[in-house]
Design a protein around this ligand. Structure first.
Ligand code: ZN
Length: 265
C-alpha cells in the first residue's frame, strides 16, 4: 500500500487534473456537442449556400470534437473512480486479484485500480480506419499501363469520359494544349483496335479473301502512306510483290543479252 505521503501526492494530482478537465469541459460546453445540430455551433442557418468542401471540413471538426469529448469524459470517470477508491481505502490494490499495485505504476498512472496483469486495457488498438481498406492509388487495381498489356483499363475509361470536359480545362495544364483530346498522356491511344488498317481491312473466317472497305480512315491511311513515301506501315513489300510481270520481263531481257554476248564471243 502507498504511504500516507504518497497517497497525498497522488490525491492532489488527481484532484487538480479533475478540476482542470471540469473547467475545460464547462468552458467550451463539451465541445459544443450539447447543441443539437453542428450548424448551431458554427452559427450556420443552412447548408444550401455552403461549398461541399466547407461542409466536409465542418463535419470533420465535429467528428474530432466527439472523439476529444469522449476521451476527456473517460478521463474524468477514471479519476472519480480512483478518488472513490481512496475514500474507501482500497486505493493501491488490484480490484481483480487484491494484490498491491506497485507505487511506480500508480505514479505513472494515478488512475490505475488494477495491477498490470489485470488491467482492462491490455492492448493498444492497432485498428486502422476502415476506409484505408478501399483507398488505392489513382485508377486502383484496374490500371495496367506498367504491365505492358494492351487492354482497355480504368485509365482509358477515364480518358474517354474526360474528353467531354473535367474540372481541369486546357488552360489549366502545365503545358498548354489545344483541346480536351490532347490533355492526357496516351490520349491518342486507339480504342478497340491496334493497327490503323483494322478500321477498313477485313478477311473471312479462314484469313482469306482480304477485302478493303473504303471509308474515311482508309483514305487517311492511304494519304499518310503517300506522304511518307512508303508502301505499308510495316515496311516495303518484297520485290516479287512489287510487280511480278515487270520483274520477270527484266529478268528474261537480261538473260537474252547475256546469251547474245556469249554467242558473239
Ligand atoms: Zn490483479
Amino acid at each position: 500500500m502507498p504511504t500516507k505521503q504518497q497517497l497525498s501526492i497522488l490525491r492532489t494530482y488527481l484532484e487538480r487534473t479533475k478540476n482542470r478537465l471540469e473547467k475545460r469541459l464547462e468552458d467550451h460546453d463539451h465541445f459544443d456537442l450539447k447543441r443539437g445540430h453542428y450548424h448551431e455551433s458554427m452559427g450556420e442557418l443552412s447548408s444550401y449556400d455552403n461549398h461541399p468542401a466547407d461542409e466536409g471540413s465542418a463535419l470533420y471538426e465535429r467528428e474530432k470534437d466527439v472523439a476529444l469529448n469522449e476521451h476527456m469524459e473517460k478521463e474524468m470517470k477514471d479519476i472519480n473512480h480512483a478518488l472513490k477508491a481512496m475514500d474507501q481505502g482500497t486505493y493501491g490494490t488490484c480490484e481483480t486479484c487484491g494484490k498491491e499495485i506497485p507505487f511506480e505504476r500508480l505514479q505513472a498512472l494515478p488512475t490505475a485500480t488494477h495491477c498490470k496483469e489485470h488491467s482492462p486495457d491490455q492492448v493498444v488498438s492497432r485498428q486502422r480506419p476502415m476506409e484505408e481498406g478501399v483507398l488505392m492509388p489513382p485508377y486502383g487495381k484496374f490500371e495496367f499501363d506498367d504491365k505492358d498489356a494492351a487492354v482497355y483499363d480504368s485509365e482509358d475509361a477515364w480518358q474517354e469520359v474526360a474528353k467531354w470536359g473535367t474540372s481541369e480545362t486546357p488552360q489549366d495544364m502545365e503545358i498548354p494544349v489545344g483541346d480536351y483530346n490532347d490533355i492526357y498522356p496516351e490520349s491518342e491511344d486507339r480504342i478497340g483496335y491496334v493497327e490503323d488498317y483494322e478500321n477498313f481491312a477485313g478477311n473471312d473466317i479462314e484469313g482469306k479473301n482480304i477485302t478493303i472497305y473504303p471509308n474515311d480512315q482508309h483514305e487517311k491511311f492511304e494519304e499518310a502512306l503517300d506522304d511518307e513515301g512508303i508502301m505499308t506501315t510495316f515496311g516495303d513489300l518484297k520485290p516479287y510483290e512489287i510487280d511480278s510481270y515487270t520483274e520477270e520481263v527484266l529478268k528474261r531481257r537480261k538473260q537474252k543479252e547475256e546469251d547474245q554476248n556469249n554467242r558473239k564471243q
